[in-house]
Design a binder for this molecule. Structure first.
Ligand SMILES: O=C(O)C(=O)Cc1ccccc1
Length: 315
């Protein structure tokens, strides 16, 4: 396997994605990884697909806002990519201005839509007169404030330091303690070895709309003791009413119960797109139910083989 050397991220320097890319590049080993800022999540993913970088670090979901649709849609369609690693970052927002600006001077505020959704109440109560402009990223907004395009930006503290801005207010999120999950995407490669605490991501397309179709999918996981940590429906962008499901489950594709569930979904679904097995990094440990360990699957397979070969119970 080639060693990744460059990752694309939603830039410029100072975004939350940049912080996530710095954190994920530490996992790549002692060799430095070049980090390249891009204007949008889609540009970062395109750079990965075209082969100009080895990885792309993108936000996937937020504890307040939910999924990042641009990322989910890129993963569900286009040339296949896989998640190689995940990281969870607390998101702390500041109100950043050029030094000398006071609250009364702020008529325009720039930020990323995900950040705006998390400080909406704060902006309404503190700056009811200000217009809020959506820009490509939080740090992009901070840089634009430095360049005089807006009066204030909602951005991480590091963006204030990088672009020479002062902070008028710290930690202004409406829901304190928000966390964003970022993932490192690569072009398809064999998954890393199971660690005993992994996560697997896939996109499932139903064969047809019928009563119990979603229940069928869930049952394939449930009967094998595979716990889901996220399920999200997205329109397939074909006919109205057609949805795909993006699913995160506990375990690794090499774990017998997970592999068995994926193979069962492949049999009953129109399409299943595997999006990677990678170490879980949210600090939680999945548990394996009674009768669902790899040993249980192997032993059950041997039992069945003996019946088929000799008509005998017992190996
Ligand atoms: O604009 C950024 O800094 C990003 O990385 C996107 C984002 C914005 C708000 C919360 C999490 C990620």
């Amino acid at each position: 396997m080639s060693i990744p050397r460059s990752y694309a991220f939603l830039g410029p320097e100072g975004t939350f994605s940049h912080a996530a890319a710095l954190s994920l590049s530490q996992l790549a080993g002692p060799e430095p990884v070049e980090l390249l800022g891009h204007a949008t999540v889609t540009h970062a993913i395109d750079a990965l697909r075209s082969g100009s970088v080895d990885g792309a670090v993108v936000p996937l979901e937020n504890s307040v806002e939910g999924a990042v649709p641009a990322t989910l849609d890129e993963l569900a369609g286009g040339s296949p990519l896989v998640i190689a690693a995940e990281t969870f970052l607390p998101v702390l927002f500041e109100l950043l201005v050029r030094p000398g600006t006071s609250l009364a001077d702020v008529a325009t505020v720039a930020t990323h839509p995900h950040a705006e959704a998390q400080v909406r109440r704060y902006l309404l109560s503190t700056l009811p007169q200000a217009g809020v402009a959506m820009v490509g990223s939080t740090a992009g907004g901070a840089r634009a404030v430095r360049d005089g395009e807006f009066d204030a930006a909602v951005a991480p503290p590091i963006a204030g330091q990088l672009y020479g801005l002062a902070s008028l207010a710290h930690d202004i999120a409406d829901n304190p303690g928000a966390v964003t999950r970022f993932v490192l995407l690569t072009r398809p490669v064999a998954p890393p070895r199971p660690t005993g605490n992994d996560r697997t991501t896939l996109v499932v397309y139903l064969r047809e709309d019928h009563a119990g179709a979603l229940l069928e999918i869930l049952s394939e996981f449930g009967t094998r003791g595979v716990n889901l940590t996220r399920i999200e429906s997205r329109p397939t962008k074909g006919r109205i009413g057609q949805y795909s499901f993006t699913i995160d489950c506990e375990g690794h594709v090499d774990d017998a119960r997970v592999g068995d569930a994926l193979a069962a979904l492949h049999r009953v679904c129109a399409d299943v797109r595997y999006l990677g097995s990678y170490p879980r990094r949210d600090g939680k440990q999945g548990e394996i139910l009674l009768g669902r360990t790899d040993h249980d699957f192997t032993e059950a397979g041997a039992w069945l083989a003996a019946i088929r070969e000799h008509g005998r119970n017992g190996v």
